[in-house]
Design a protein around this ligand. Structure first.
Ligand code: ZN
Length: 116
């Protein structure tokens, strides 16, 4: 599998996880407000399970999604603040991934996400 494809799938799994978390919270609020108390809440378990699945996919792929300059994981920030040359934290990296170019949060070098 090519490195740029791993990067795309990694970022895609983050977007899916964010979407599922949002869907979970909306379904939770909806259930609390409108559903009768005896209604089944099994869909919440499924949505949360899918969220956990996307999270696991992201964690595995993130290990292979590394910066060509410093060899650190591009979408994993850890506890250190991002490099001052980068435009934000790891969520910014994910958000700008499909624009084709991001700045590494670890070393501040520009990374071409289509040509990893
Ligand atoms: Zn780097």
């Amino acid at each position: 599998m090519s490195k740029s494809l791993i990067g795309k799938l990694d970022v895609l799994s983050v977007f899916i996880a964010w979407f599922l978390l949002l869907a979970f919270l909306i379904a939770l609020c909806y259930g609390k407000l409108f559903a009768p108390p005896e209604a089944s809440a099994s869909h919440l378990v499924y949505i949360f399970g899918a969220f956990l699945g996307a999270l696991v996919v992201h964690i595995v792929l993130a290990l292979f999604n590394r910066c060509p300059h410093c060899n650190k994981c591009l979408t994993v920030q850890g506890f250190k603040p991002p490099h001052p040359a980068s435009s934000g934290d790891w969520t910014k990296v994910v958000w700008h991934w499909f624009s084709g170019s991001i700045v590494c949060i670890h070393c501040g070098q520009r990374v071409n996400t289509n040509g990893l």
